[in-house]
Design a protein around this ligand. Sequence first.
Ligand SMILES: NC(=O)c1ccc[n+]([C@@H]2O[C@H](COP(=O)([O-])OP(=O)(O)OC[C@H]3O[C@@H](n4cnc5c(N)ncnc54)[C@H](OP(=O)(O)O)[C@@H]3O)[C@@H](O)[C@H]2O)c1
Length: 331
Amino acid sequence: MSTQTYRALVVSEESDGSFRRSIREKPLNDLPDGDIQVRVRYSSLNYKDALSATGNKGVTKHYPHTPGIDAAGVVEQSHSRYFKPGDKVVVNGFDLGADYPGGFAEYVSVPADWVMKLPEGMSLRDTMVMGVAGLTAALSVYRLTEYGIRPDGGPVLVTGATGGVGSIAVAILAKLGFQVTAATGKREQVSMLKDLGARDVIPRKKAHDTSGKPLLKRRWNAAVDTVGGETLSTVIRATSYGGAVTCCGMVGGTDLPLTVFPFILRGVSLFGIDLAFSAMGLRETIWDRLSHQWKPDLPELLVHECGLEGLEERIALMLSGAHIGRTVVRL
Ligand SMILES: NC(=O)c1ccc[n+]([C@@H]2O[C@H](COP(=O)([O-])OP(=O)(O)OC[C@H]3O[C@@H](n4cnc5c(N)ncnc54)[C@H](OP(=O)(O)O)[C@@H]3O)[C@@H](O)[C@H]2O)c1
């Protein structure tokens, strides 16, 4: 009797405490007993995947494990009345690829309430060019615009601007007519960021003040911060009266050294962004914007496509801070 198998990237913990990644052929019946089995066509690389793939137990508690917080593909089996074999679907976040076998595999088997039909006007690949990073960028912009931040209010800063979330945030904000300032650690990417729509590009260190001053000169009306730590602290302290800042990331640290003064003397608002467990209704709104009026004009130069074999190199780039744009994984 033949057992059907599928290929997956498997991260395993070695006896010396190190973590090893390998591509394995696994029996299909190894998958969890989800409501919906999806033949994955594309996944994407997000920072959280790079952490999971290298043994970060804050993201993934149990190994061996297959990362991949994004998956787009075709339903093969369904125990849900909302989906049928042949439906094109996407899964972004929830526990996928965190503590649940993820999208760096030819198949996933997931709870029905993690699954969305393919957004209208998008291909499976398009959804993974966006992926969790794009949804997070769009959710950040959504929070700012719903709060009342308008293009005529002054510059909007994006930190970690060449990253997945950052580059898509720059593109969306520029498309909406905002005056975007991009902060980056990559001097050689200034013209790419200007092509993407940034009006100004500043070196990363200009958005990194460690003086400890409770308030800084007002420089931005709003900001999408993807870095965290001292950078987020700087951004909040340099935001104008009544402005707003979104916080989604931690590549620059998890501490937030700050006083209450930006909030109580300048009325600055801070919005926390969590895409992973955001409600389905909100995702539908965000996908709708991303596939229509907010559709970012990302040059193909910013999109790198690879197979499972190419992930090793892309993960290393991401963890060193040298990754640019988005990596789409073809399965
Ligand atoms: N909360 C959520 O729902 C959610 C969802 C998605 C992502 N995130 C988080 O958002 C962050 C960005 O994710 P991503 O997928 O965009 O990652 P990414 O593609 O690796 O981009 C991160 C960017 O940050 C900058 N950077 C890297 N190391 C830095 C450092 N030490 N100090 C300052 N800047 C640094 C780099 O851009 P420059 O060289 O241009 O400065 C880098 O390209 C991650 O922390 C991720 O976990 C959160």
